[in-house]
Design a protein around this ligand. Structure first.
Ligand SMILES: [Zn+2]
Length: 444
């Protein structure tokens, strides 16, 4: 079993500060040994010709980052929809136009490039909230999972893990209107048809299969109640817009969270995405059941959604994770600090989350929300996912290591990424993909 030894100048092992001079040994894709306070040439008695070379990791090394909420194809909207007036609902029409044009082949090319961009940002696992299932007009492809299989192949070929959250989408409004336009590509027509299609998706070494219901707009309450979600991850967009809450109250007499609770879908395997506009009762229901919350602050601010109650939710008992969602930005450091900075704007007080808590949201909590319970920590037995952030860039030089990552670094400060023991990014470059060229050629 070949051994790889890394020497991290600093590494975050889960505490409130970074450890210095950390030896990390990796074998067969797993971390086997972690020794802080080991000098660069230390760790084992020298035996000429037998010791593996030690890979130096100058800067701060973190566990792999988990992007818990992604729609890969939204990357094609970046810089095209962000200026100008409008709302979430006008943006959605532009997003539907992109969705209308993709084929399994072109989606593979676009997604591989987008996942390459994620790797360059230190993301080692992605939760792809996947609803673009069928051909234009809703016709089935010869392989009914052609689009999902394109995403599984794209992540494999880019070099990161995926949890494919195959998404049920039945209606275009809370009142049950049928899908129209681009939405016809999203719908399976019935719960049974969706179950049959999802059953044909199989996990792979780099891929887990999870499930999602798009939202209470797209799945009626009685269908939510009939969903047997099993033990795997289950995700749902929740209360991103006040209009969704109002329509839900008018139809069901309760909030989307209450509808989800009635359906028996709250709990530790569930992650609700956005959770922006919540009542006190909603927060209590989510917290009491240990339901996870995924915040996507760069998307939420870009779409004028509002600021969700992150600190209150965590206090109530909900684990917090992060997602790039619409890909307006792919930078989990920016997502992490935005959670804290939004709270400051909302409350006019500082210090709601520590840097370690925000990094926990970006790493171990995100992996857990995606079903990768053995990832997101630098500890023996965990998957060997390592992300190194330089402390020598114009942004980070002079900053203390841990706050540097959360409050100063950007995705471009990531220099080295290891996924399951494989070095995928070195010197800030993807080792097998020309990500910029691929993004350009894929129409991103
Ligand atoms: Zn989303």
């Amino acid at each position: 079993m070949p051994l790889t030894r890394y020497h991290a100048q600093y590494a975050w092992l889960g505490g409130e500060t970074a450890e210095r001079d950390v030896l990390i040994e990796v074998a067969d894709g797993r971390i086997t040994r972690v020794e802080p306070g080991t000098p660069p040439d230390g760790g084992a008695p020298p035996e000429a010709g037998r010791q593996p070379e030690t890979v130096p990791l100058p800067g701060l090394t973190l566990p792999g980052l988990a992007n818990a909420h992604s729609h890969a194809f939204h990357r094609a909207l970046r810089g095209r929809t962000q200026s100008g007036r409008g709302t979430f609902w006008t943006w959605r029409e532009q997003m539907y136009a992109v969705a209308s044009a993709l084929t399994p082949e072109s989606y593979y090319d676009l997604a591989r490039a987008v996942y390459g961009e994620m790797l360059l940002a230190g993301i080692t696992a992605v939760g792809e909230f996947h609803y673009l299932h069928h051909a234009p007009g809703g016709a089935r492809y010869a392989d009914p999972n052609a689009m999902g299989h394109a995403l599984l192949a794209a992540t494999r070929d880019a070099g990161l893990r995926i949890t494919l959250l195959d998404t049920l989408y039945l209606t275009s409004t809370v009142d049950g209107a049928p899908p129209t336009g681009a939405q016809r590509r999203f719908g399976d027509g019935s719960l049974d048809a969706w179950v049959g299609r999802v059953d044909a998706l199989k996990p792979e070494a780099h891929a887990l299969i999870g499930t999602a219901a798009h939202s209470v707009r797209a799945v009626p309450a009685e269908v939510l109640g009939a969903m047997a979600i099993g033990a795997g991850p289950f995700h749902l967009h929740l209360s991103e817009q006040r209009a969704e809450n109002e329509a839900c109250r008018a139809r069901y007499g309760g909030s989307p969270t209450e509808v989800l609770h009635e359906a028996g879908l709250l709990g530790g395997q569930t992650t609700v995405v956005h959770a922006t506009h919540l009542s006190d009762m909603d927060r209590a229901l989510l917290g009491d059941t240990g339901t996870g919350v995924c915040f996507c602050p760069t998307t939420e601010r870009e779409l004028a959604d509002g600021i969700g109650p992150a600190a209150d939710l965590v206090t109530a008992g909900s684990p917090l994770c992060l997602g790039s969602d619409s890909q307006a930005v792919i930078d989990l450091f920016e997502e992490a600090r935005a959670v804290e900075l939004n709270e400051r704007l909302r409350t006019e007080h500082r210090g709601h989350f520590t840097a370690a808590e925000l990094l926990g949201a970006a790493t171990v909590a995100g992996h857990r929300a995606l079903g990768w319970t053995d990832a997101g920590r630098i500890a023996p037995g965990f998957r060997a996912d390592l992300v190194t952030v330089t402390l020598d860039s114009v942004r980070t030089v002079g900053a203390q290591p841990l706050p540097a990552a959360v409050f100063a670094a950007t995705a471009t400060d990531v220099t080295h990424v290891v996924v399951d023991g494989v070095a995928t990014v070195t010197d800030g470059q993807h080792r097998s993909l020309d990500v910029v060229r691929e993004l350009r050629e894929a129409g991103a």
